[in-house]
Design a binder for this molecule. Structure first.
Ligand code: INI
Length: 172
């Protein structure tokens, strides 16, 4: 909320309009019972915001661990305006969970920053299967839907920022 004042700084904010943008959805097969639902949510969000069906590509990976590598390849291809990573890491009885979830999060953040492309983080990290179900279309909404909306907003925001008239002279 911007406080009421005479000063009105120029504000940049992405719109939820997906037409004309290209998206890659990186989705893991591990816990596909959950990730299929995240994918359905993401496709629903892209459709509702006007994405062109030809502008959406799905890249399947074995698990969350592989998501950063595939997202990196997609980013470097420059074929997409935003990437959406969808997977589910569910707490087990070994520390495997920590490694997989931690590396996926770190790797996805690094790929996004290194390539200047929005990557929405639709990776569930939950203690139980029930919590994952809640976030994949049940009580907790659908995190795939939310991630796709974020990707649309960020794609539009970056397009606006990159089209700023002062950008070239500012050397940005
Ligand atoms: N991958 C996931 O996406 N979620 C998990 O919960 C998970 N657990 O718990 O093991 C998981 N492991 C597989 C991992 O992502 C790799 O695919 C695998 O280690 C091969 O590299």
């Amino acid at each position: 909320m911007i406080p009421e004042t005479k000063l009105m700084p120029r504000t940049w904010e992405g719109r939820l309009t997906a037409a004309g943008f290209r998206f890659a959805i990186v989705v893991s097969r591990f816990n596909s019972f959950i990730t299929d639902r995240l994918l359905a949510g993401a496709l629903d969000a892209l459709t509702r915001t006007g994405a062109d069906p030809d502008g959406i590509e799905i890249i399947k990976v074995p698990g969350s661990w592989e998501a950063p590598l595939a997202a990196g390849e997609a980013a470097r291809s420059k074929r997409y305006d935003a990437i959406i990573c969808l997977s589910a890491v569910i707490q087990g009885e070994t520390p495997h969970f920590e490694y997989v979830a931690g590396e996926a999060a770190k790797g996805i953040a690094q790929v996004s920053a290194a390539n200047g492309i929005p990557i929405a983080f639709g990776v569930l990290t939950t203690n139980t299967l029930e919590q994952a179900i809640d976030r994949a279309g049940a009580k907790g909404g659908n995190k795939g839907f939310d991630a796709a909306l974020t990707a649309v907003e960020m794609a539009d925001l970056l397009r606006q920022l990159r089209a700023r008239p002062d950008r070239a002279s500012a050397g940005a």
